[in-house]
Design a protein around this ligand. Structure first.
Ligand SMILES: [Zn+2]
Length: 282
């Protein structure tokens, strides 16, 4: 006898419906399906949670690293990370990364000279090795030469010895080209974790980030934004090498130098900005 006559009773006019019986499910079977579903869901959640937890503890992100303990060190072990400087002087610091570059670095030097301004150049060691004459020109014009990296590799994917080697080699290459010993370091992509900070500390380097930037993709918009928010002590990121620079960007940087000059703001090197800082004299 059918459990549900309304759906399974054959009508005299209809052909037999072989699947009609499957449209109804006994209440007991429904409960079983529900129970199995809940159990499967619970198992999936538990398994997922376990896998996630295991992954979290055994596969930390590339930046979840530590620097080796400086057990043999004596005295203070520290480094600073600077985004901007506090100063009462009408100064800011324009900075250029990824050079020296035979096409763009001379152009930047001419712009700076025309505005009686100075900048800090965070250089790549391999570019400095290929263009030592440009390093000398940057220094001779009163600018600061600092470390960006040997190549543009991400620090967070390099081991501590690799970072030590890259920064040490870049420092020696810059000095061999005529620069004073670099004291500032800007990590590529602005990305740094504990090993990079540890090496900076061991090498006596201050890590310099930035508070403003002017890019190659939207230089006019970036210049307008800097015009709107500029204040003494700001550190402006720009590029004189690799893929970022272009003619429009240089035009906007030149305009920006003029805009800020008209407001009495002068670009100095980052080290000068930090020396003039009022942070420690309050
Ligand atoms: Zn860079």
């Amino acid at each position: 006898m059918p459990l549900n006559p309304s759906t399974s009773a054959p009508s005299p006019d209809d052909a037999p419906r072989p699947f009609a019986k499957q449209r109804t499910t006994p209440a007991r079977t429904k409960r079983w399906f529900l129970a199995i579903g809940i159990a499967a869901l619970a198992l999936a959640l538990a398994t997922g949670g376990y896998v996630a937890a295991t992954y979290r503890f055994t596969h930390p992100s590339p930046t979840a690293r530590v620097f080796v303990r400086p057990e043999a060190a004596r005295g203070l072990v520290e480094t600073s990370v600077v985004w901007r400087v506090e100063t009462k002087r009408p100064e800011y610091a324009l900075t250029f990364d990824d050079g020296p570059d035979p096409r763009w670095t001379p152009q930047v030097l001419r712009m700076l000279a025309a505005h009686h301004a100075h900048a800090t150049f965070f250089m790549l060691g391999d570019e400095a090795q290929a263009n030592p004459g440009l390093v000398r020109q940057v220094v001779a014009a009163g600018n600061e030469v600092a470390i960006h990296g040997w190549t543009h590799a991400k620090l967070t994917f390099m081991s501590t010895p690799q970072i030590q080697q890259a920064l040490g080699l870049t420092s020696r290459t810059l000095m061999a080209a005529g620069a004073p010993k670099p004291v500032l370091f800007r990590p590529t992509y602005g990305r740094i974790d504990s090993p990079g900070l540890g090496v900076a500390s061991a090498d006596g380097l201050t890590v310099v980030m930035w508070s403003h930037h002017i890019t190659g993709s939207t230089p006019a918009r970036d210049r307008a934004q800097i015009d709107k928010t500029a204040s003494p002590g700001m550190i402006v990121l720009a590029h004189d090498g690799r893929t970022e620079p272009n003619a429009q960007m240089m035009t906007q940087i030149n305009g920006l130098l003029g805009d800020l000059e008209n407001r009495g703001l002068t670009s100095v090197t980052v080290s000068q900005l930090m020396t003039d800082s009022t942070r420690d004299s309050r």
